[in-house]
Design a protein around this ligand. Structure first.
Ligand code: AMP
Ligand code: FE
Ligand code: FE
Ligand code: ZN
Length: 282
């Protein structure tokens, strides 16, 4: 069983359509793939239709933008009821604020001499929940930086960088309650991804565990070996599940589907905790 529990389609900042993502997951030899777009479930319908007849199992999910003590972080949510109103309203709040903030970042970039426009960013993002990776692609198109990852520096879009503007982000303890309230299972995404900016303390993770967090995503491209082993110890101490996943973004990042995977027993444990939705098979 090859299980990848974190991927993005063009419903957020990935480049594959949900149907292409499903086809690519099949081609990559995956048995289970989770669709976890940022703050949106807009890709569910197309992904669900594409799974039919492939033998692939689709886990519906999302990755909620969170912040605690001024530190941005991401909460994965699996198999929640997308119609549950309280969690749906919070996703909507984050998505809406992404537009205000996207325009503000473009404005900052222009003040800093980058010849990009909001129309260009909207063309790149299409119907996707707009985010910094779309603006990064605009900076690449404009020849300001050589690659999307080169745009995530203090000079441009990195957290607290010159052109970064904060967006509404949910307190993670509230996120855990909202996800559980919608019958879903919350997993802290890449908790030790220091290259993205400051990371939260072990105490914050312990508090989230007490609030109902189910697991930590540890096998991730942004974690080095020592970070993984430190987080594994913490997960053991706190009784948290340990997941692994690619955080695939299509051609916007270099990581491949299935580059990191989740143990089948952990997957079964996650599914067993979910009451909001079931994995979709055929
Ligand atoms: P946003 O959701 O608009 O705040 O943008 C955050 C997204 O930017 C993340 O989900 C990643 O896809 C991407 N990102 C963050 N840090 C980096 C980085 N250092 N290199 C490449 N992409 C990044
Ligand atoms: Fe992303
Ligand atoms: Fe993330
Ligand atoms: Zn992600």
């Amino acid at each position: 069983m090859r299980i990848d529990l974190h991927t993005h389609s063009n419903a957020s900042d990935g480049t594959d359509s949900p149907a292409e993502l499903v086809a690519n997951a099949v081609a990559a030899g995956l048995d289970v793939v989770a669709l976890t777009d940022h703050d949106t479930v807009a890709g569910y319908g197309e992904a669900t239709a594409a799974v039919a007849g492939t033998g692939l199992t689709l886990v519906t999910g999302a990755e909620l933008s969170c912040q605690v003590d001024g530190i941005s972080m991401h909460m994965l949510a699996y198999l929640f009821d997308p119609a549950e109103p309280a969690f749906a309203a919070e996703r909507e709040l984050v998505r809406t604020d992404r537009f205000r903030r996207g325009r503000a970042i473009v404005e900052r970039c222009r003040e800093l001499g980058a010849p990009i426009s909001w129309e260009q960013v909207q063309r790149i993002a299409g119907a996707g929940a707009v985010g910094r990776p779309h603006i990064a692609s605009a900076l690449v198109e404009a020849g300001v930086v050589a690659s999307v990852s080169d745009a995530f520096t203090a000079e441009w879009l990195a957290n607290e960088g010159r052109a970064d503007v904060p967006k509404h982000e949910t307190d993670p303890a509230l996120a855990v309650r909202l996800v559980r309230g919608a019958g879903g299972v919350p997993v802290f995404a890449h908790p030790g991804a220091v290259k993205r900016g400051r990371t939260v303390s072990d105490q914050v993770i312990a508090d989230l565990a007490a609030a109902g967090l189910a697991g930590l995503e540890i096998d991730h491209t942004d974690h080095d070996d020592s970070t993984r082993s430190r987080l594994r110890d913490l997960a053991r101490e706190l009784g948290l599940l340990v997941t692994g996943s690619s955080d695939y973004h299509g051609s916007r990042k270099t990581v491949r589907l299935g580059e990191f995977t989740t143990d089948p027993a952990v997957y079964e444990a996650l599914v067993a905790q979910a009451t909001g939705a079931k994995p979709i098979t055929d």
